[in-house]
Design a binder for this molecule. Structure first.
Ligand SMILES: Nc1ncnc2c1ncn2[C@@H]1O[C@H](COP(=O)(O)OP(=O)(O)OP(=O)(O)O)[C@@H](O)[C@H]1O
Length: 256
């Protein structure tokens, strides 16, 4: 395997607060890599930097060997790197299925000129998007609520829909930020199962920030522990859980 995301010696401070300190991590292509650490360790900040939502002060980020340091999120999206979408407020009035259909960028239907001159092509692409959305909604187990407004879905169902939206794109690497938060155990099982299948059957690479240690244990290998903005240790979940430094800094602090 080779690193699809390569974070090299990244530093980031907010005013005088050094949040990310000479941080280097590699995410291997085809892996589900976990990123854990105590509150305030810098996990979300690092995600924001990788996803192009926050500029870094120094260091470098490579995507599949290409320098993507400080590239904007929309450019990274087109290169196949994205964070899970939040269900945006304006989409709460669309059905679950329509939310999936809204995702693909540059749909020809959005261009009036194209719709005028090439209506058949527009209809063909819309039909293709709808077919894909129907496949995805079945995959994520939300077919029974496909015509329900997204705003009426449960928190867990919204998370499943969020994951489904990534499947409507050509994503290769998906960053999941605490996707388990507030999800009940049954839906969490569905969520984990879907991530596993997206990884195994479709080759998505995941980088996962998570406080839910059951989810990390079931899904992630390797697991990277971040503390004070640097990598403390990296290894399998067993190695992490038995590491005295981690027990002290992370589990000892009761942060899980
Ligand atoms: N925009 C900002 N301006 C100033 N300080 C910030 C900003 N964003 C984050 N911080 C600080 O950076 C530190 C790391 O925050 P971050 O959210 O990255 O940690 P985290 O590991 O994701 O924490 P948690 O597990 O609690 O979500 C915290 O001390 C936080 O207060």
């Amino acid at each position: 395997m080779s690193a699809i995301i390569d974070v090299r010696h990244v530093n980031k401070a907010f005013g005088g607060l050094h949040v990310i300190n000479d941080c280097s991590i590699q995410v291997e292509e085809g892996s589900v890599t976990g990123l854990i650490g105590p509150n305030g360790a810098g996990k979300s900040t690092l995600f924001n930097i990788i996803a192009g939502a926050l500029p870094l002060d120094s260091g470098q980020i490579l995507l599949d060997g290409e320098d993507i340091t400080n590239r904007p999120a929309n450019e990274l999206f087109h290169k196949g790197l994205l964070r899970t979408f939040q269900i945006a407020h304006e989409f709460s009035q669309l059905t679950a299925l329509e939310n999936l259909m809204m995702v693909p960028p540059d749909q020809p239907g959005e261009s009036l000129a194209k719709a005028w001159f090439a209506p058949k092509a527009v209809r063909a692409q819309e039909a293709e998007v709808k077919r894909r959305a129907q496949e995805v909604i079945e995959f994520i187990g939300l077919n029974h609520v496909r015509n329900e407004l997204a705003g009426n879905l449960s928190g867990g169902q919204k998370k499943l829909l969020e994951l489904g939206r990534t499947m409507m794109t050509d994503a290769r690497v998906v960053l999941l930020d605490e996707i388990a938060a507030g999800v009940n155990r049954t839906l969490l099982g569905d969520l984990i199962g879907n991530i596993e299948r997206m990884n195994r059957e479709f080759g998505y690479t995941f980088l996962v920030i998570e406080h839910d240690m059951d989810m990390i244990a079931r899904l992630c290998d390797p697991v990277i522990v971040l503390a004070q903005g640097s990598v403390m240790v990296e290894g399998s979940i067993e190695e992490i859980q038995n590491n005295p430094e981690v027990i002290e800094a992370y589990f000892g602090a009761g942060a899980a």
